[in-house]
Design a protein around this ligand. Sequence first.
Ligand SMILES: [Zn+2]
Length: 179
Amino acid sequence: MLAVVGVGVLAALAALAAQAADTRGDDMAADRLPPGPAREKRPGILAGLTPTARAAAEELDRLAQAAGLPALTWTSGRRTNVEQAAAMLSKVSRGENLFDLYKSAHDTLNALFATERTPAAWAAVLATRPPLSRHLTGEAVDVRRWGLTSGELYRLGELAIAAGWRRALLESDHLHLQL
Ligand SMILES: [Zn+2]
């Protein structure tokens, strides 16, 4: 009987650990990776970027490896309007303030919040507006920040600029890079 209770407690702890992982806002384990080639969360992330953005991503990968940083993971690149809408709604559900993040697109945000909070409804609004994110034009990529110390993240931001990215923005669970 004790053994059964023990298993139950372990299962409950495992469930709690899984919930904690979910609150990081991304999937997969937060393992610290040794230096090495960058990997993609899903196939095709780099392939979807513009040639200039792709070259900057590949250069950053080279620089990060040369600097001995943990292997990078690309988590998001070019997005459709529906994917952008889903990413923004995910931020809303995590309590993030989109008005802080998209400072030059408050009109679009007002239009979004005036409609139903679904990816389809928000995508329909996004389709009528100038692109509010470089992800929509294939000129932005996200890098997972788990497993990187704050010092490594700072170094990665510096290397990103050296690699040709114009902006490096630290967000809740990733470093956002854009041309
Ligand atoms: Zn991004």
